[in-house]
Ligand binder design. Structure first.
Ligand code: BG6
Length: 482
């Protein structure tokens, strides 16, 4: 197969928090894989910056261990050494003055400059200020920030304002790693590059939409952060919201950053407030050796949700009357992320009642086994009249695309390369994040005001019973988590 990898221009990438968990698990392995793929320029410079007193050699050792542990397939010592040769390290005090002159000496003004804030949001302001104060960031420098982008609307606004003191919006890359997933982008291709779906993509033909992001892992290890966030802030405000936007948005005129983000923003702004009885919160209970949520976060009285299901409406011409059901949780039966578009029944059944009710469903699996399935109704084979059955037209992308899928970069790989290319299409704009919080805040305030306590559900199940009821009341059913 012909390689479609387009090398990016030479760059300096500084990773603040370069020794931290995200850098070790995601950023360094992602950069290594892009290096192996031939996308990294030979003279790129990757500079780790953190408080720990390391030198270049020490940082290379840390990076080597991280890549061996989290980098997936290895390509031999020689290539790993060549990659590690691109790494430098600066010991730096984010809130003080030490280390900044040393960092400045390393940065080459004639290269693309990117600064990855892989640190808590509390440090964003200090970093942004010093990058300018020391004259390190040039006028076209880019900064990359991670979620959580704020805890609510007020804090997100404050963060945006802090960054805006030193950087223009066109320089700020807010990561939601779901947007870097191959199949998430495929949603746009499926919708806007095929004539087949778009005419049916509205409330006249779509009965409802289900978005499920189910995980089998618990919150162990991240309890302190998670217990302050909960599933609503950790997953719905960002990842599920982005999926909903891509499913619901109008076709942008071009696949360009602001055209796409303008359309997503309109969707978020069109979201109605969620009625209290359309929300179900859950918390996993102990099952056998698997500890409960409360044990994981070490708080016997925690009322944070590890599961949430809700029904919402996008109130515009296209979607009025079509509910969107969102569901996400930890310690569920299986790891599956899926969007399902359930179409309405055919308007008139010529085959009589005994043929039963059938509807078409388009399901798009983000992980695992990325692919699409279209459920269609056909005649059951054989004699005996016109009996109907539903069969899947199944397309697993890995099978359909054969060896081409080996080239598919993971979310962080793609997103970091997009930063270097200066393409913001797959990053969240400040107003988008704020609009998402503006929708999320009253939902959370509502259950806090009511003193709502999440319903327990067994680890390994599909969530609390009440979540099933949310659908049953509407005469609908969740798709199975499997
Ligand atoms: C993160 C959340 O943003 O996404 C985690 O903070 C969650 O709680 C993770 O586990 C899920 O990402 P993925 O790519 O494994 O689906």
């Amino acid at each position: 197969m012909v390689s479609r990898i387009i090398p990016v221009a030479s760059f300096d990438l500084v990773i603040f928090g370069g020794t931290g968990d995200l850098a070790r698990r995601k950023i360094l392995p992602a950069l290594y894989r892009r290096f192996l793929a031939g996308q990294m320029p030979a003279d790129a410079q990757l500079i780790g910056a953190a408080r720990s007193p390391l030198d270049d050699a020490g940082y290379r050792t840390l990076a080597r261990e991280a890549i061996v542990e989290f980098g997936g397939e290895q390509a031999g010592e020689r290539r790993l050494d060549a990659f590690l040769g691109l790494l430098r390290y600066v010991t730096l005090d984010a809130r003080g003055d030490s280390g900044w002159d040393a960092l400045k000496r390393l940065i080459r003004p004639d290269r693309v400059q990117a600064f990855y804030f892989s640190v808590g949001p509390g440090l964003f302001g200090a970093l942004a200020e010093r990058l300018h104060g020391y004259g390190i960031a040039g006028p076209r420098a880019r900064i990359v920030v991670e979620k959580p982008f704020g805890h609510d609307l007020a804090s997100a606004r404050a963060l945006n304002a802090t960054l805006a003191e030193h950087f223009r919006e066109a320089q700020i890359y807010r990561i939601d790693h779901y947007l870097g997933k191959e199949t998430v982008q495929n949603l746009m291709a499926v919708r806007f590059a095929n004539i087949l779906f778009e005419p049916l993509w509205n409330s006249q033909f779509v009965d409802h939409i289900q978005i499920t992001v189910a995980e089998t892992v618990g919150v162990g290890g991240r309890g302190a952060y998670y217990d302050r966030a909960g599933a609503m802030r950790d997953m719905v405000q960002n990842h599920l919201m982005q999926l909903l936007c891509l499913i619901a948005m109008e076709p942008p005129s071009r696949f360009e950053p602001d055209a796409v983000r303008d359309e997503k923003l309109k969707v978020i702004r069109a979201l109605e407030e969620v009625a209290p009885h359309h929300i179900v919160r859950g918390q996993y209970a102990r099952r056998g050796d698997v500890p409960s949520y409360r044990e994981d976060v070490d708080d016997a009285r925690s009322t944070t949700e590890s599961f949430i299901a809700l029904k919402c409406h996008v109130s515009n011409w296209r979607w009025a009357g079509t509910p969107f059901y969102l569901r996400t949780g930890k310690r569920l039966r299986a790891r599956v992320s899926e969007i399902a578009v359930i179409f309405k029944d055919a308007p008139h059944l010529i085959f009589g009642q005994e043929a039963g009710r059938h509807c078409n469903t388009l399901s798009i699996r983000l992980q695992p086994d990325e692919g699409m399935t279209l459920q269609v109704t056909i005649k059951e084979p054989g004699p005996g009249g016109m009996r109907l059955i539903d069969v899947p037209l199944d397309m697993t992308f890995a099978e359909a695309l054969g060896d081409q899928v080996e080239d598919v970069p993971e979310a962080y790989e793609r997103l970091i390369m997009d930063v270097m290319r200066g393409d913001q299409t797959l990053f969240m704009r400040g107003d988008e994040v704020e609009a998402a919080w503006a929708w999320t805040d009253p939902v959370i305030a509502g259950w806090e005001g009511r003193g709502d306590v999440p319903k327990p559900y067994e680890a390994g199940s599909s969530g609390p019973e009440d979540a099933l009821m949310l659908m049953h009341r509407d005469g609908r059913r969740w798709r199975e988590i499997r």
